[in-house]
Design a protein around this ligand. Sequence first.
Ligand code: NAG
Ligand code: NAG
Ligand code: NAG
Ligand code: NAG
Ligand code: NAG
Length: 339
Amino acid sequence: MRGQRPLSPQSNQQQSEKMKLAQTAIKKRTSKPNFFTTYRTHVIISIIIGIIIIVVLSFTKQIKEYIIINQSEINSHNSQGYPYTLGPNNFFHNVTLMQAKTLFKNDFTQQINVEKCKVPINFEIPTYFNFKESYPNCSHTIFNQGNCSSSYSIAVSSAFSDRVCKLNQTQQLSAQNLLSCDGKLNQGCTGGHITRSAEYIIKHGLTTNECHPFRGDDNFQECTKALEKCQRFKANSFCQLQNKDDIKRDIINRGPVVAIMQVYKDFLVYRDGVYQVLEGTPRFHGGHAIKIIGWGEQNGYQYWIIENTWGTSWGTEGLAKLAMDGFIDLSLQALSIIY
Ligand SMILES: *[C@@H]1O[C@H](CO)[C@@H](O)[C@H](O)[C@H]1NC(C)=O
Ligand SMILES: *[C@@H]1O[C@H](CO)[C@@H](O)[C@H](O)[C@H]1NC(C)=O
Ligand SMILES: *[C@@H]1O[C@H](CO)[C@@H](O)[C@H](O)[C@H]1NC(C)=O
Ligand SMILES: *[C@@H]1O[C@H](CO)[C@@H](O)[C@H](O)[C@H]1NC(C)=O
Ligand SMILES: *[C@@H]1O[C@H](CO)[C@@H](O)[C@H](O)[C@H]1NC(C)=O
């Protein structure tokens, strides 16, 4: 009896374990043909991936074919009381978002370290300043970059040109110099860096626009001996500005600065007012170079006055006001080219 006692529960345990094993075996057998139960997670994940692929493909197609200037979208924006308005322009007439993408291959630098500017704190900053108004004799043409990603070369040469003019009333300097002659540093119409363009101006200088007129393409053959006869204006150095006050003081001390901005879809049809980025507006990859010529304040928004390279039918006669605070922080990527 003593010896049997412990046997009885053990055998019970063994039996129930056997039954469990049998039950799970049955379960396994019965569930095996049910594909969905076994692979439920796989099926759900596949369906989700499929949906994502379809959405991405149809979105890509939409972007490719999307014509930038859409009057009903412009009207809808303008009726909502935002601090800036939109409007059509000749520059993006009949251009798709896909085509516009090729314009934004500009960036600040390839180098890791760019010297930081030391701007003297030598005066009270005024609440409004516009280089074009303060130096009307240095107010040069607004460029049209065409379908060439050349904003880096135009913004740099035109800011430097303004700075030389401020000191010495010169005519406009050549933006074509950079496009045609700095092929070792940048890539002509397929993009470039603003610091490398500044390096070119330190080494080789710029001729006047009269000597080498702007055409907007990147014909490297053009950089011939004929240009050697022309007077050249060389830069001394360049540095990266640190903050908004430094940018403002530098513009008053020396003249316009160059900056890299990120471009959002509705900026292509900007017309007037203080531009800012509304939540959810799609952004282009890459950067766009612009010239900052001043600043001001309107309806409580502080703004930069920038000159763009999309002709005079874009924006306000080719200029725009960009909100200083918000998604576009120009102060991080602003370059001072010192004459
Ligand atoms: C303009 O935009 C509206 C709203 O996004 C769209 O329904 C319409 O098809 C667009 N028109 C053109 C010509 O692309
Ligand atoms: C707009 O572009 C399409 C396709 O590239 C072309 O067929 C059409 O003629 C263009 N329209 C205008 C007014 O330029
Ligand atoms: C601007 O140019 C005009 C004529 O070209 C000249 O009379 C005037 O003195 C210049 N202004 C300045 C500030 O140099
Ligand atoms: C610009 O357009 C012209 C003519 O349509 C074309 O020949 C050229 O390759 C284009 N350039 C770029 C950089 O897209
Ligand atoms: C001003 O420009 C003239 C001719 O354009 C040149 O001869 C002169 O050296 C320049 N002066 C300065 C200070 O750069």
